[in-house]
Design a protein around this ligand. Structure first.
Ligand code: NAD
Length: 315
C-alpha cells in the first residue's frame, strides 16, 4: 500500500509497558501511525479503540489500529515490550529463558515482513534481549537499541534533583552497565549546573546519602513491583524520549543499551552506555574516561551479561 504517512511505529506487546508507551506517544504528537500487536488480540484491539477516543485531545492526529506482523514491513520503528515481566522477588535475569524463546518467534515474524527500520527493545532482561534481537534480526548494530539504563538514569537524576532541590534536567549523571543488579553510578562525571558533585557540595560529608540514593535507584523496580505489581510510566516516557530522538534526528545523548564492539574494552555484549541517538539509530557510543572503580564495575556488568548470553546460547 502506498501512503503519505511518515513515522510509523509498531508496538509488540501491549501490556502495562506497551500500552503506557502508546499513550505517552499519542500525547507527544511525533508519530503519524501506530499499530498495536499482542498475542492477546483483544487487548491490542481494546487499547487501539481506547487510545483513538483520546484523538480530539491529542496534539496532532495519529492513525491507531491493532494489526499483524505484516504491518512491520514499512514501519520506521518497532518497539518490543512483549514477554513475561518480573514477579515479586524475581530478578530481571531470571526472565531470560522465557523471553529469549518469545523473542525468537517475534523477531522472525518482524523480519519476514521485510522490515528494515529500527528495533527498540524494552523487555527484560533488556540487555540480553537487545543482543538476541540484534543476532536474530541480522540488522546492523546501529539499528537495534535497548532501553538500557535510560530509566535508571532518569531515576538517578530525579532523586539527586530532589535531594539537592535542583531541577533534574540540570543534573547530569549516568547509570551505566546492566539494566539490573550490576549497574553502577558514574560519580566521576556527575554534574549539577556544570559543577562536579564534589564542587557543588563543597565537601564529601554527603557521600553516604549519595550512596543511598544509588541503592534506591538500583532497587526502585523491586520496590515498585512490591507496591503495585509492575513499573510502566517511567519506562514508557523513556521509550518515547528515545523515539523522539530518532524521529526528530536529535543527536541526543541518552543511556541506551548498545552493542559494545571494542568501546570500553568490551566486545560482543549489549549494555547501557551514553550514546548519540538520531534518525539512523545509534550514531556513536560516548566513551567516558571512567575511573578505575567504575571501569571495574563496567567489566563486571559486561561479564555477567556475557555469561547469561552464553547460558542461553543465542547464535
Ligand atoms: P505485561 O505482562 O503487562 O505485558 C506483556 C504483554 O506481552 C502481554 O500483553 C502479553 O500478552 C504480551 N505477549 C506475551 N508473549 C507475546 C508474544 N509472543 N507476542 C506478542 N505479545 C506477547 O508486562 P509489562 O509489565 O508490560 O512488562 C513487559 C516487559 O517490559 C517485561 O519484560 C518487563 O520486565 C519489561 N520492563 C522493562 C523496563 C525497562 O526499563 N526496560 C521497565 C519496566 C518493565
Amino acid at each position: 500500500m502506498v501512503h503519505n504517512f511518515t513515522n510509523k511505529v509498531v508496538v509488540i506487546g501491549t501490556g502495562f509497558v506497551g500500552s503506557s508507551y502508546a499513550f505517552a506517544l499519542l500525547n507527544e504528537g511525533i508519530a503519524h501511525e501506530l499499530v498495536l500487536i499482542d498475542v492477546n488480540e483483544k487487548k491490542a484491539e481494546g487499547d487501539a479503540r481506547d487510545l483513538n477516543h483520546g484523538m480530539p485531545f491529542a496534539p496532532s492526529p495519529m492513525l491507531i489500529r491493532s494489526g499483524s506482523y505484516d504491518e512491520c514491513r514499512d514501519a520506521d520503528l518497532v518497539v518490543i515490550t512483549a514477554g513475561a515481566n518480573q514477579k515479586p522477588g524475581e530478578t530481571r535475569l531470571d526472565l531470560v529463558e522465557k523471553n529469549v524463546a518469545i523473542f525468537q518467534t517475534i523477531i522472525e515474524q518482524v523480519m519476514s515482513s521485510g522490515f528494515n527500520g529500527i528495533l527498540l527493545i524494552a523487555t527484560n532482561p533488556v540487555d540480553v534481549l537487545s543482543y538476541a534481537s540484534w543476532k536474530f534480526s541480522g540488522l546492523p548494530k546501529e539499528k537495534v537499541i535497548g532501553s538500557g539504563t535510560i530509566l535508571d538514569t532518569a531515576r538517578f537524576r530525579y532523586l539527586l534533583g530532589s535531594y539537592f532541590q535542583v531541577d533534574p534536567r540540570n543534573v547530569h549523571a549516568y547509570i551505566m552497565g546492566e539494566h539490573g543488579d550490576t549497574e553502577f553510578p558514574v560519580w566521576s562525571h556527575a554534574t549539577i549546573g556544570g559543577q562536579t558533585l564534589k564542587e557543588y557540595m563543597n565537601d564529601n560529608s554527603k557521600m553516604k546519602d549519595l550512596q543511598q540514593i544509588f541503592f534506591n535507584v538500583r532497587n526502585a523496580a523491586y520496590d515498585i513491583i512490591h507496591l503495585k505489581g509492575a513499573t510502566y510510566y517511567g519506562i514508557a516516557m523513556g521509550l518515547v524520549r528515545i523515539t523522539k530522538a530518532i524521529f526528530q534526528n536529535e543527536n541526543s545523548i541518552l543511556t541506551v543499551s548498545a552493542l559494545l564492539d571494542g568501546s570500553y574494552g568490551e566486545e560482543d555484549v549489549y549494555l547501557g552506555v551514553p550514546a548519540i541517538i538520531n534518525r539512523q539509530g545509534i550514531r556513536q557510543i560516548i566513551e567516558l574516561p571512567l575511573n578505575p572503580e567504575e571501569q571495574k564495575q563496567l567489566h563486571h556488568s559486561a561479564n555477567t551479561l556475557r555469561q547469561t548470553i552464553q547460558s542461553v546460547n543465542i547464535r
